[in-house]
Write a protein that binds this ligand. Structure first.
Ligand code: ARG
Length: 463
């Protein structure tokens, strides 16, 4: 449509068409064409309802529903010409329907508005993402469970401040992420349950005087019920924000894990070997195998959290009901969803392919005085010392070992007794890392038996 003719959808009161710049800033078809399938599903449900309630003739509704399927297949096969002059996906579809079936197409927009239409389309799209993310998270968790099960009793250093703290098991570390991704999954599930109310039939903002059946359209589109307030239905985008919030938290978890993989795969750590399939080389340094996938996963949080902040900012000052600002809700949600799914798939592949280097893990587990707490606990348990005193004595022993350039189990009994005379040889039993982890049997602790119990529980949960 050219600049000097008014819009065929809403141009009744307009003598002139929009300026080219107006058309450019106003159009959303460049991105909301991604809602085509949802838009057509919504329109088909609406058409069926218009016929069932006697608002349009059955034959007209049949023509609409058939025609809409033709439009969908044209779009899916790339045989559809999107028009910027027609602004958005809703008007592009309707205009094409008009070209295909003629007059009945003009009756499709009875009892609805683009405001409830776009809210419905976008909800359907976000709902698919919430479902897809749940599936991807369950798959990643299964990959982590396999790693945890294989290495339930492989010792490795546990860190605080990235300083060696206490020995833990590989399985325990993997299961920490299973817990995190499990909460991400449940956030997606919660968001889905809360958002599953159908805006269709809220019309522009106030509802409609036509005798529509909102339960019928809600049901046809898989919603639990119609939304109960027409102003709210066309005004809020909290469903997209909940998705972005859950996606941001999930991306943050992915980013932390990715960071660990970057560190662990370095020559200094050698805790894991990433597969060739999920690594890249350097064009100048032949020895290099870089963890690019992990690094990119680590970076994805930037754009995902950015989308969350952007949409929150778009929404925060808007009076009810619809404002055109809300057209800015889509692009960044699309981008965030695409990149979350990509990051989840890449992490899934990396975890499935990676090899934990049991020997390197064990070697690192024993260094850095990692069993100092076990030693202090022994002084409390066996000699009955107060923990504070035991802590002090252990500190002195660590300093002694450090001076000698050895680890705690390498100190002699005589050296130990020079710090506290009642120490006896049984103390050496708790200084081994295997003993250390095996002793941490408190619920949720790192003992292999506890890890195996959690693996079993999660396997049951995931089915
Ligand atoms: N393209 C618009 C959007 O994405 C559709 C709704 C337009 N509604 C309106 N009253 N202009 O928000």
């Amino acid at each position: 449509m050219s600049n000097n003719s008014s819009n065929q959808m809403w141009g009744g009161r307009f003598a002139a068409g929009p300026d080219a710049i107006m058309e450019a800033i106003n159009a959303s078809i460049g991105f909301d064409k991604r809602l085509a399938a949802q838009d057509i599903a919504g329109s088909r449900a609406h058409a069926a309802m218009l016929a069932a309630t006697g608002i349009v003739k059955d034959s007209d509704a049949d023509a609409m529903r058939e025609g809409l399927l033709t439009v969908l297949s044209e779009i899916e096969t790339g045989n559809f010409e999107f028009s910027t002059a027609l602004e958005d996906i809703h008007m592009n579809v309707e205009a094409r329907l008009k070209a295909l079936i003629g007059e009945p197409a003009g009756r499709l927009h009875t009892g609805r508005s683009r405001n409830d239409q776009v809210a419905t389309d976008f909800k359907l799209w976000v709902r698919d993402q919430l479902d897809g993310a749940q599936g991807a998270l369950a798959s990643l968790m299964a990959a982590l469970l396999a790693q945890a099960e294989a290495g339930a009793d492989w010792v490795m250093p546990g860190f605080t401040h990235l300083q060696t703290a206490q020995p833990v098991t590989w399985g325990h570390h993997m299961m920490a992420y299973v817990e995190m991704f499990g909460r991400d999954l449940s956030r997606m599930r919660d968001a889905r349950a809360r958002m599953n109310e159908c805006p269709l039939g809220a019309a522009a903002l106030a509802g409609t005087s036509f005798p529509i059946d909102r339960d019928m359209t809600a049901q046809a589109l898989g919603f639990d019920r119609p939304s109960a307030n027409s102003l709210d239905a066309v005004s809020d985008r909290d469903f997209a924000l909940e998705f972005l919030a859950a996606a941001s938290i999930c991306a943050m978890h992915l980013s932390r894990f990715a960071e660990e993989l970057v560190i662990w795969s370095s020559a200094q750590f050698r805790f894991v070997t990433l597969s060739d399939r999920f690594s890249t080389g350097s064009s100048i340094m032949p020895q290099k195998k870089n963890p690019d996938a992990a690094e990119l996963i680590r970076a994805k949080i930037g754009r995902i959290f950015g989308a969350n902040v952007a949409l929150m900012t778009v929404m925060k000052g808007l009076p009810l009901a619809y404002s055109k600002d809300m057209q800015e809700d889509k692009e960044q949600v699309f981008d965030a969803a695409d990149n979350l799914m990509l990051a989840l798939a890449a992490m899934d592949g990396m975890v499935r392919d990676m090899t934990a280097n049991r020997a390197s893990l064990a070697e690192a587990a024993g260094s850095g005085f990692s069993t100092a707490t076990d030693l202090a606990d022994w002084l409390v348990r066996v000699l009955g010392l107060p923990f504070r005193e035991a802590h002090h004595i252990t500190g002195a022993l660590v300093a002694m070992a450090e001076d000698d350039g050895v680890d705690l189990p390498d100190l002699t009994l005589e050296q130990m007794q020079s710090v506290h005379s009642e120490i006896n040889a049984s103390i050496f039993e708790v200084l081994g890392v295997e003993n250390s982890v095996a002793s941490r049997t408190s619920y949720g602790g790192t003992a292999p038996a506890q890890v195996r119990a959690q693996v079993a529980r999660w396997k049951e949960v995931l089915g």
